[in-house]
Design a protein around this ligand. Structure first.
Ligand code: NDP
Ligand code: MG
Length: 398
């Protein structure tokens, strides 16, 4: 049976690499719906190459431009626009797999639509889980959705966990005998810079990651170590492990993608070249294995693997994320919203690099973070935090 795949965030780094993997296996997978935000020209090219049933742009004006363009090109792809269309393709009865690869909290609603529809969800959009936490995991449990992590660290842990051949991440003994998760971090492009130098780094330097080619937001998150902080929160929810049982270790070569330590002292690690097509192919086919197109590891070419403790002084975002996770409630939603606003301001040249952690710390300090029961309530906390941080940034630049 050919599996029909919806890609939310098709035009992004993860979306494009997912399409590359699908193209290797036309006998197994077909792109069913491709969805993005505004970049209709990029989506048009994908539509002409991959011929999905649906193309969706959240931005209605961009959807109109895409519809006109594809009609003129004689394509019969159905083009839809707006939030509801995004939710529709995420929950469509004919979609077998949903790749959640929108960046940021913008992905919460369509990803939740896929969860409620009980889909197999390949989760790259870590922010959706960081923002909604327990609500998300409870909904997965209730709907019978299958959650398979795409994030390389979480995909590595998934492969090293004791659940054998089950693709399901929910319930049961999924962490039986596990004593610790060890998330590896590359340390980002500024790993060796001192605090003084960090004050003056530019957006161009921040988006130039040494090992991975990613979208701008996650690249900045990797440079501040907020990405590892968000991943710590993501791991806690995915694998039902408390903060104190999740360590972070800096490993600049990005060969070991993460590890799981067991009661008996065994540590299982997943290794590979730093290429997202490996976790994408793994998550698509699990428990089968299919080719990804990634280059293979050559151990004889590896001089050394280094490990060091992260420096919370120079990279406070990781500490803030751990504090937010331990605080509970919607503290992680506050952290995420503050970070999204601050990263956008940094990329726009409005604030400095070290102001990002400052914004996150201020928001965590000043915003209420109640426990919420619904996604709507959480998104209200997200929106209030965005307004607060926007105003804070304006006051900084005065
Ligand atoms: P990109 O910035 O490259 O792509 C983002 C995608 O999301 C684009 O398709 C974009 O559409 C779409 N998008 C952005 N905003 C909205 C919105 N408001 N509504 C609907 N769609 C939107 O990001 P990445 O691919 O790098 O990252 C995607 C997610 O995957 C993030 O959560 C990231 O943390 C995670 N991830 C990424 C990794 C990587 O290697 N890139 C590794 C591990 C996790 P458009 O092009 O039209 O703007
Ligand atoms: Mg990652």
């Amino acid at each position: 049976m050919v599996q029909q795949v919806t890609i939310l965030g098709a035009t992004g780094s993860i979306g494009v690499q997912t399409l590359e993997v699908l193209a290797l296996h036309p006998d197994r997978y077909r792109p069913f719906a491709l969805a993005a935000f505004t970049r209709w020209q990029a989506l048009a090219e994908q539509c002409l190459a991959f011929k999905p049933r649906y193309a969706v742009l959240r931005d209605e004006a961009a959807a109109l431009a895409l519809r006109n363009h594809l009609a003129a090109a004689g394509s019969d792809v159905e083009v839809l626009g707006g939030d509801e269309a995004l939710n529709m393709v995420a929950a469509h009865p004919d979609a077998d797999v949903v790749v959640a690869a929108i960046v940021g909290a913008a992905g919460v609603e369509p990803t939740m639509a896929a969860v409620h529809a009980g889909k197999r969800i390949l989760l790259a959009n870590k922010e959706a889980l960081v923002v909604t936490g327990k609500i998300f995991m409870d909904a997965v449990e209730a709907s019978g959705a299958e959650l398979v992590p795409l994030d390389s660290e979480h995909n590595a842990i998934f492969q090293c966990m004791p659940h054998g051949n089950s693709a399901s991440m929910k319930g049961g003994q999924k962490n039986a005998g596990v004593t610790r998760l060890i998330l590896t971090a590359s340390g980002g492009p500024f790993r060796t810079l001192d605090k003084e130098a960090l004050m003056n780094v530019t957006p161009e330097q921040a988006v130039r990651h040494p090992n991975w080619d990613m979208g701008p937001k996650i690249s900045v998150d990797s440079a501040t170590l907020m990405n590892k902080g968000l991943e710590l929160i993501e791991a806690s929810w995915l694998f039902a492990m408390p903060s104190e049982k999740i360590d972070v270790v800096v490993h600049p070569q990005s060969v070991i993608h993460s590890m799981v330590e067991y009661e008996d002292g065994s540590v299982l690690a997943q290794l590979g070249t730093p290429d997202m097509r490996t976790p994408i192919a793994c998550a698509l086919a699990w428990p089968d294995r299919v080719a990804s197109g990634a280059t293979r590891l050559d151990f004889t070419q590896m001089s050394e693997l280094q490990f060091e403790a992260p420096d919370m002084e120079r990279f406070p975002c990781l500490r803030l994320a751990r504090e937010a996770l331990e605080a509970g409630g919607t503290a992680t939603a506050v952290l995420n919203a503050a970070n999204e606003v601050a990263v956008a301001a940094f990329l726009a040249g409005q604030i400095g690099f070290m102001d990002i952690s400052h914004c996150a710390a201020t928001a965590l300090d000043k915003m209420l973070a109640p426990t919420c029961k619904t996604v709507e309530e959480v998104l209200a906390v997200d929106a209030a935090t965005r307004r607060f941080v926007d105003a804070h940034i304006t006051s900084l630049s005065r």
